[in-house]
Each structure stands twice: as C-alpha cells, then as structure tokens.
Ligand binder design. Structure first.
Ligand SMILES: CC(C)(COP(=O)(O)OP(=O)(O)OC[C@H]1O[C@@H](n2cnc3c(N)ncnc32)[C@H](O)[C@@H]1OP(=O)(O)O)[C@@H](O)C(=O)NCCC(=O)NCCS
Length: 159
C-alpha cells in the first residue's frame, strides 16, 4: 500500500471510492467543492495493487488562522480494518505539521480519532457550529492557539 498526494487524474477514482465507502455522494461532492474553492490543502490517496482504495482530505479553515479541517477520510469496504485509514490520517497529520499548520479539527467518532491524539476537551475552547461530543482538535504546532471561533469553508454548508 502506498500513500501519495492526489493528481488531477485521480478525481474520478476518488469520487468512486468516497461514494462506495459512505454509500452516498455528499462527501464526494464536498471534496469536489473544496477542490474548486481551492481550499483543499492536503488530499492524499492510498493505492493498493494500482487501484485507489482510500482517500483523505484536509481543508483550510476560515478561522482560526493556520488551521485545517479533516474531512472526509474513507477506505473502500473490502480494504477496511487493515490499517489504511490510520496510515492516511498519520500521513496527513505529518504533512500538515511539516507545512507549519497549528491545529487540525475533525468531526467524528472520538473512539476512532482519539487514537491519533484528537481530543474533545481541546476542542471545547473553540466555539463552532459543529461543537459537541463529536468535535475534536489536535494541536500540531509549537504556538499556543488562543480560543477562537472555528469557521469551516463555505463548501461544508451543504453537509
Ligand atoms: C473510518 C475508516 C476510514 C477507517 O479506515 P480503516 O482502514 O478501516 O481503519 P484502520 O484499519 O486504520 O483502523 C481500524 C480500526 O478502526 C476502528 N473503526 C473504524 N471505523 C470506526 C468508527 N467509525 N468509530 C470507531 N472506530 C472505528 C475499527 O473498529 C478498528 O479498530 P481496531 O484497530 O481496534 O480493530 C473506514 O472504516 C471508512 O472508510 N468508513 C466509512 C467512512 C467513514 O465513516 N469515514 C469516517 C468519517 S469522515
């Protein structure tokens, strides 16, 4: 299994993988809207036997500055449970850190994301329309971020 940044040739395969994993097209539409809006900061694909089997997207938040939203991440059903999702998340977090970002926010299952260091407690100081028990934050920079509103890119409005 290899993980690499998306290329323009991957867009159709990424859409198929997302639709298959989520059993709907909303998340694929989101990725395409983020790409069109040029806020898709990190978009990685996982390849197995020359096919794309997983994808992760991190997009630039409107606020706080220098922060990212992780969404969506997925792996096709017949490849789940093999560590591909974990590798995608770990690789994306490392890439975000190397690009100098300060914080990553995610809305998801704390049982899953806590294993990568995401914390609901850390997100509590950051008011957001998605605030609640599924809203988590992962600090990845050296700077301390003052609590401030988390504002997602407009593309998330359709979710
Ligand atoms: C969530 C997802 C990306 C994980 O990918 P994966 O390659 O199967 O994950 P890994 O193999 O790295 O990890 C598997 C572990 O995650 C756990 N896990 C998977 N989905 C989970 C969820 N929604 N909540 C809690 N734990 C979950 C599995 O139980 C397994 O636990 P174990 O290591 O204790 O056995 C994948 O299951 C998927 O695409 N799901 C459908 C789309 C989705 O819900 N995406 C996340 C929301 S944006």
């Amino acid at each position: 299994m290899t993980i690499r940044p998306e290329t323009s040739l991957d867009c159709d395969a990424i859409r198929s993988v997302i639709c298959e994993a989520f059993h709907q097209s909303d998340e694929a539409d989101l990725v395409e809207a983020l790409r069109s809006a040029r806020v898709l900061e990190i978009s990685l694909v996982a390849k197995e036997d020359n096919s794309i089997v997983g994808h992760i997207a991190l997009s630039k938040l409107k606020s706080p500055a220098n922060s990212l939203a992780l969404a969506p991440v997925c792996v096709v059903e017949n490849q789940q449970g093999r560590g591909i999702g974990s590798s995608l998340i770990q690789t994306a977090v490392a890439e975000a850190r190397s690009r100098g970002f300060s914080m990553i926010f995610v809305l998801g299952d704390p049982d899953y994301y806590s294993r990568f260091g995401f914390s609901t407690e850390l997100a509590e100081g950051f008011p957001c329309e998605y605030s609640g028990s599924f809203f988590m934050a992962l600090p990845i920079g050296k700077e301390h971020l003052e609590p401030t509103s988390v504002i997602y890119p407009k593309a998330f409005g359709g979710m």
